[in-house]
Design a protein. Structure first.
Length: 342
């Protein structure tokens, strides 16, 4: 009797999961989606190990003329040229000097930074923007719908808050894993306001000397987060680099002020447009291809390894797999929301 019950349960479970699972559309495969889910889970596991997000860490070369210059959470990258540099992200309001130290330790001058590209208006990414704009004299650029938040220090006049980072407050009870992780970012929502010099729209190109970066907007994590696509050359080879922002959406993607089904469908198309991606970066170091591509190790061990073995950054399957998994997740959320409306 007991055995029959177990077998019956298994059949129901197996049937249930097959019936509800979505398959991503080409060029993504079901196998990509399974691998992407594994990578997304690994990324969250590693993110939980970053307990001092604002802590200092040494800068290093990612590939070619691209450098990591941020803090333990990631956040800041520098793309250099003899005619001027581009800074991606600036980090928290109170880690500005750590980032400056990292840039100068590599031998680069703050005043050679000509453009500061902010992918969205959250404080971990943009908190030090006013400080860096003043110190470097660089032009600040961001997705058009982030501008008002940046120019008012994260909160619009009238007290309209910038979009929440991730799921809304949970009902009474223990917070979920993402909410526990995000608790580290409490108090960073407001920061010194910064004047934005250029509002970016989907497909806009930013040029500094020979550097060329294309901005792609994907609403969800905030109103118009920008992802950055560009090429770096190393050892006679070109690598397509993408810093994507950001996967983390509110749980209900149909009744949030900053996200709509049509916006999300634009993002699903965007994932395909960005392929292939050789080197994949996120704002958080835990999501880098170089971190996820290693067979084992803690977050600290993996970061250490990248300083001497940047080959781990190169893997075209990582962004493809993550995109496939996110498409499945998003389609499931949309289907669930539609079913609830009936
Ligand atoms: Zn954010």
């Amino acid at each position: 009797m007991r055995q029959t019950f177990l077998v019956a349960s298994f059949v129901v479970f197996a049937f249930g999961s097959t019936a509800s699972a979505q398959t991503p559309k080409p060029p993504f495969t079901a196998k990509d989606a399974v691998e992407g889910k594994r990578l997304a889970d690994l990324s969250l596991d590693l993110r939980e190990q970053i307990t001092t997000a604002k802590g200092p860490t040494d800068a290093f070369k990612i590939m070619g003329n691209l450098y990591f210059v941020g803090v333990q959470n990631g956040e800041v990258y520098l793309l250099t040229s003899p005619q001027g540099h581009i800074l991606f992200g600036v980090g928290f309001a109170d880690t500005a000097e750590l980032v400056q130290k990292n840039i100068e330790a590599l031998g680069f001058k703050m005043t050679d930074i000509k453009a500061i590209l902010l992918n969205h208006a959250h404080g971990d990414q943009s908190g030090a923007a006013a400080w860096f704009r003043q110190k470097t004299g660089a032009q600040v650029m961001t997705g058009f719908a982030e501008v008002q938040f940046l120019e008012h220090g994260g909160v619009l006049p009238g007290g309209i808050p910038r979009p929440a980072n991730g799921p809304p407050a949970p009902p009474p009870g223990p917070p979920n894993r993402l909410q526990r992780i995000n608790a580290q970012f409490a108090g960073t929502q407001q920061y010194p306001p910064v004047k934005v010099d250029r509002a970016l729209f989907d497909g806009d190109v930013i040029n500094v000397g020979p550097l060329k970066v294309t901005a792609y907007l994907s609403p969800g994590h905030s109103p118009s987060p920008a992802s950055w696509l560009y090429t770096v050359r190393d050892g006679g080879k070109d690598y397509r680099v993408l810093e994507y922002c950001c996967w983390e959406y509110p749980d209900d993607i149909t009744s949030n002020a900053y996200i709509t089904e049509s916006g999300v469908r634009h993002n699903l198309e965007l994932f395909r447009k960005l392929l292939p991606v050789d080197i994949y970066l996120e704002t958080g170091a835990n999501g880098w291809s170089g971190i996820l591509n290693q067979p084992s190790g803690t977050m600290t061990e993996r970061m250490e390894k990248l300083r001497t073995q940047n080959k781990y950054f190169v893997n075209r399957e990582i962004f493809k797999a993550l995109s496939a998994a996110r498409e499945v997740e998003i389609e499931e959320k949309l289907a669930k929301a539609k079913a609830a409306q009936k």
